[in-house]
Design a protein around this ligand. Structure first.
Ligand SMILES: Nc1nc2c(ncn2[C@@H]2O[C@H](COP(=O)(O)OP(=O)(O)OP(=O)(O)O)[C@@H](O)[C@H]2O)c(=O)[nH]1
Ligand SMILES: [Mg+2]
Length: 204
């Protein structure tokens, strides 16, 4: 749940990067951290809790501060979940208080079953938190487009973006920073629209 502090005029929003193991969630945060343009001093530190082989063990966390909008200083907290199937309890914990989601799918053809499974796991975990995906702003990212064995984006749309309301989706090659900011800009815009333009602020 976004925290809006009327006294300090700050809006704090939590975005979770979700998706199958090795899809590129951590890579997105690393690229955001390396390239984000902020005024001096407000770029947060990327905290990663990973194994020696770089698999996310608990989560990654990156706070970034955006410009003031309508007098509110906005702070985005970016988290990743561990994609490995066994870490489901951790995924549920990281999802608590989520405001927006970036689902990072792996475009390699042989990963389609894992993408679909991870997407259903997201819906299940939200349900366990009494949340409904339809009520949460989210975007899809089709990552690893540089690899030779990728599925057609239309096929990925058919598998992952076939609900009543379609959401924005982006092709990406995260380790080259392609598509990373397009994805982040869209989810932040959707969240700002929700919380500042239309939303009724809730005091912290
Ligand atoms: N070829 C290619 N490799 C990528 C791309 N994005 C990420 N990778 C690589 O894929 C591997 C896994 O990326 P991570 O960002 O650690 O994946 P993750 O989704 O955080 O994985 P978990 O933490 O296990 O859930 C790393 O070796 C990345 O460098 C991409 O667009 N193309
Ligand atoms: Mg990771």
């Amino acid at each position: 749940m976004a925290i809006i502090n009327q006294a300090t005029r700050e809006l704090q929003v939590k975005i979770v990067y979700y998706g199958p193991a090795m899809g590129g969630k951590t890579t997105n945060l690393v690229q955001v951290h390396d390239h984000v343009q902020t005024t001096a001093g407000n770029k947060g530190k990327l905290v990663s809790l990973a194994t020696s082989s770089d698999r996310t063990l608990f989560f990654d966390f990156l706070p970034i501060e955006a410009m003031s909008i309508k007098g509110f200083k906005t702070k985005f907290q970016l988290y990743t979940v561990p994609g490995q199937v066994i870490y489901n309890t951790t995924r549920q914990l990281v999802l608590r208080g989520v405001d927006g989601i970036v689902f990072v799918a792996d475009s390699q053809y042989e990963k389609m079953a894992e993408n679909v499974e991870s997407f259903s796991n997201l819906e299940e975990n939200l349900r366990a938190l009494k949340l409904n995906l339809a009520d949460i702003p989210y975007v899809l990212q089709y990552n690893k487009r540089d690899l030779p064995n990728v599925a057609d984006p239309d096929y990925m749309e058919f598998l992952l973006n076939n609900r009543d309301v379609q959401v924005p989706s982006f092709a990406a090659t995260a380790h080259r920073c392609e598509g990373v900011f397009e994805t982040l800009n869209m989810i932040t815009r959707m969240l700002l629209n929700k919380f500042i333009s239309r939303g009724t602020p809730q005091c912290a």
